[in-house]
Design a protein around this ligand. Structure first.
Ligand code: NAD
Length: 375
């Protein structure tokens, strides 16, 4: 698809980077949608994707630019190592394709801005793969907050902590591929879900710190002690940190403390967000939600009865295709737009800048993005 914005009847999808998340989620999910044609895949490692190619009967390319030039794709799903998300997305958008990129959207604010500009210029969907937004618990949390059930929100405490889960793939462990460690990898999901629940407060400044506590400890890697291939060796060299934290200040007297780690000496893994307001609180924990409030001066914890109906990843892929077939320039609520994904990137970039400078770092978001957020 090269120009114009007429919605296609059949959406021809190509993948760039066909590893774990494409094979485990995007491809099987998209294959279930009737008007989707899985057409092609580009990956630098043919051996790794051989079975996948056979299963889905895809045309294969080692160079994604050749795929974009030859395949007349309506949509491209990007699931390469993080550092390639932005350049591949910009090429795909410029080529006229709609883009669903895996998180993090980019590894710098500057790149994220250029992605949004390309999507706007070409009038194409740019969506970021933040599946937590499709968790019912997160959506109920957002509803309660939007309806004022928490009163004035003043502080958020967000934790995304693994005890012994440093990835084994070299592309997660080295800055040139990943941009950084667990804040870019898992913390970004939690930041995004929190921004979504709290209706996108405007981030103003950040104090951050990162630590490399276990760069040489094979036993802190996720797959230890299973013998691994060279690509998944738990001994692969690591130059990113394994722990990061930030204190984010937002406009309107709101703060968020966020901690993300791949490995640390704690008693159990924790994935939780506590949102504290003057009339109530939300506690998200690993997919479930509690609402803490008071009734007749009694302190009460309530939990919604209706849980997740369909996988969050499947809903995410469906939202992307819906936007394309309906001729929209943005994926529908609750999908993550490029403008919103950019805010997560801005916060994380500032955490790393602050860790380096030792100072509080201000976040400066371009005016065109501020306008689109209604700030
Ligand atoms: N949303 C989620 O919950 C979730 C889960 C897992 C991964 N992810 C994200 O998805 C992305 C991929 O993660 P993964 O776990 O699938 O990794 P992976 O290592 O399994 O797959 C990445 C693939 O990209 C390929 N690749 C590398 N360079 C390439 C290039 N220049 N052109 C084409 N292909 C290239 C690799 O050969 C590999 O097959 C990462 O950004 C990660 O953060 C998101």
């Amino acid at each position: 698809m090269s120009s114009g914005s007429v919605a296609p009847q059949v959406v021809r999808v190509g993948f760039v980077g066909c590893g774990g998340i494409v094979q485990g989620a995007h491809a099987p999910n998209l294959a279930q949608i009737p008007n989707v044609k899985l057409a092609a895949c580009a990956d630098v490692d043919k051996a790794r994707v051989a079975e996948f190619l056979e299963k889905f009967k895809l045309n294969f390319y080692t160079d994604y630019k050749e795929m974009l030039a030859k395949e007349a794709l309506d949509a491209v799903v990007i699931a390469t190592p993080n550092a390639l998300h932005a350049p591949v997305a910009i090429d795909a958008l410029e080529n006229g394709a709609h883009v669903l990129t895996e998180k993090p959207m980019a590894i710098s604010l500057d790149e994220a801005v250029r992605m949004v500009e390309a999507a706007r210029r070409r009038q194409r969907v740019l969506m970021v793969g933040h599946h937590m937004r499709f968790e019912r618990s997160v959506q109920v949390g957002r509803k309660f907050i939007t309806n004022g059930r928490l009163g004035k929100i003043y502080h958020i405490r967000a934790l995304h902590l693994r005890r012994r889960g440093i990835p084994s793939t070299v592309t997660f462990l080295q800055r040139k591929y990943s941009g950084g460690g667990p804040m870019w990898d898992i913390g970004v999901h939690t930041i995004d879900a929190t921004m979504f629940m709290t209706n996108f407060p405007k981030p103003v400044s950040v104090v951050g710190k990162v630590y490399s506590a276990f760069p040489d400890k094979a036993y802190m890697r996720m797959n230890y002690p299973v013998p691994m291939t060279s690509q998944f060796a738990y001994t692969a060299p690591m130059d990113v940190e394994d722990f990061a934290m930030g204190l984010v200040k937002f406009e309107g007297d709101l703060t968020m403390y966020i901690e993300a780690t791949w490995a640390t000496y704690i008693k159990e893994d924790r994935h939780e967000v506590a949102i504290m307001g003057t009339e109530g609180g939300i506690h998200y924990e690993g997919g479930s939600l509690s609402y803490i409030h008071s009734v007749d001066e009694e302190f009460i914890t309530s939990t919604p009865l209706i849980g997740q109906q369909q996988s969050a990843y499947a809903q995410e892929d469906r939202a992307f295709i819906d936007a394309i077939t309906k001729g929209a320039s943005k994926a529908p609520y609750p999908a993550c737009t490029g403008e919103q994904g950019l805010l997560d990137v801005a916060i994380i970039e500032a955490i790393y800048k602050s860790a380096e400078s030792g100072r509080e770092e201000r976040i400066s978001i371009p005016q065109s993005i501020l306008d689109s957020m209604g700030w």
